[in-house]
Design a protein around this ligand. Structure first.
Ligand SMILES: Cc1ncc(COP(=O)(O)O)c(C=O)c1O
Length: 376
């Protein structure tokens, strides 16, 4: 199988599995217990907290472990906005569903939500944010660091500065940027940031919200008092330990991985551009080194994904969470891409273990499938 869907999830690194294994079986103590077995689990969690903090240049006490990126995004938006009943928030139009639908859910319950538009390039409009914040009394802005579909890198520091000038809090979903771009929580000027372990070769079902120390959020889950009373529930000990190791590894290896990914991406793009009718979205814009989203005029993206699957190649049509639905990608629609072309979108997201040979095989398979469709 050629796996080209690393923005959906990544395989766990063997070194991550290795550190998790003892905490799945041998060290089963509850980290809140006072005796030695509890303390072993507690110490391991605190080490993981420091490892995750280092990945984004934060301090360990700024890390709140959650069940993943989705929960961290919910905690950021709901945890802050529930302090201001009837308040206002703004999220970009290209956010992941865990931000968009949380904002929509709050809207249904009486909060006011604005959607910040993106330019045709896929970049969130700083001018539009500035205008929006001039006009209204918004308590929270949420803009992602890099888009999961197009891979377009967003000007988060600039957007956060605009928010700061208007005394508005800023949250960034950095789930896709982590491990692929350098991240500096204090340097970016954001007050909350979301991370997820399974996008950086860690386990599924664990993530974190990085929270400015001075910020008081309302928890989504009460009880137990874990995670500074912000996330009740006995910790996912093995998952958190795996997350910590994955963060440590990706911090050390990111730069060399990025070089490898970029060279594969260039090879892939060069090949795609020789195929008539192929359009690479946001091609000239700074993107994650591993991500290419393209469309082929007259082809249905999901049909192409299924045909590639028969050739043992895993790619995705639009975002993983949206696949299965027949709606065109909301990200491409927000960029003004024509609906039929948006429906043809396929996303390739490369990973550290992919090879030039796999890229070559993919290009050959794609060409023969498009020939069988009669489009080239
Ligand atoms: C940008 C972005 N945010 C959040 C998430 C959700 O993270 P998780 O799967 O850990 O809930 C994803 C997953 O696809 C994502 O791509």
């Amino acid at each position: 199988m050629i796996y080209f869907d690393h923005n959906a999830t990544t395989p766990m690194d063997d070194r991550v599995v290795e550190v998790m294994a003892p905490f799945l079986a041998k060290y089963y103590g509850n980290p809140s217990s006072l005796y030695r077995w509890g303390r072993i689990a507690r110490d391991a969690i605190e080490q993981a907290r420091a490892q995750v903090a280092s990945l984004v240049n934060a301090t360990p006490n700024q890390v709140i472990f959650t069940s993943g990126g989705t929960e961290a995004n919910n905690l950021a938006l709901q945890g802050w906005m529930r302090k201001f009943p009837g308040g206002k928030l703004a999220v970009s139009a290209i956010e992941h569903s865990s931000v968009l639908e949380t904002a929509q859910g709050l809207q249904q319950q009486g909060w006011q939500t604005s959607f910040i538009p993106v330019q045709a390039s896929g970049v969130i409009s700083a001018d539009a944010l500035d205008e929006l914040l001039d006009d209204s009394d918004i308590q929270l802005v949420s803009c992602m660091a890099a888009n999961n579909e197009t891979g377009v890198v967003q000007p988060v520091a600039e957007l956060a500065q605009i928010a700061r000038q208007h005394n508005t809090l800023f949250h960034s979903d950095a789930v896709q940027a982590a491990g692929k771009l350098p991240l500096d929580f204090p340097g970016m000027g954001v007050q909350m940031m979301t991370l997820s372990a399974h996008k950086i070769y860690g386990p599924k079902g664990v993530g974190a919200l990085i929270v400015d120390k001075n910020l008081e959020l309302m928890p989504l889950l009460y009880g137990g008092g874990q995670e500074r009373r912000l996330r009740g529930g006995t910790e996912n000990v093995a998952g958190i330990i795996g997350f910590g190791k994955a963060a440590e590894l990706v911090l050390q290896e990111r730069e060399s991985q990025a070089k490898h990914l970029l060279s594969l991406r260039q090879q892939l793009e060069a090949g795609l551009m020789t195929i008539p009718g192929v359009e690479i979205f946001a091609q000239q814009i700074p993107r994650l080194p591993n991500t290419i989203q393209f469309g082929v005029n007259g082809v249905d993206g999901e049909m192409l994904v299924m045909s590639l699957d028969r050739e043992n190649i895993a790619v995705s049509s639009g975002s993983a969470c949206a696949s299965g639905g027949s709606e065109p990608s909301h990200v491409l629609v927000a960029m003004g891409v024509e609906e039929n072309l948006a429906r043809s979108a396929v996303r390739i997201s490369l990973g550290k273990d992919n090879t030039a040979n796999e890229v070559e095989r993919f290009l050959l398979s794609l060409q023969s499938i498009l020939q069988s469709f009669g489009v080239i």
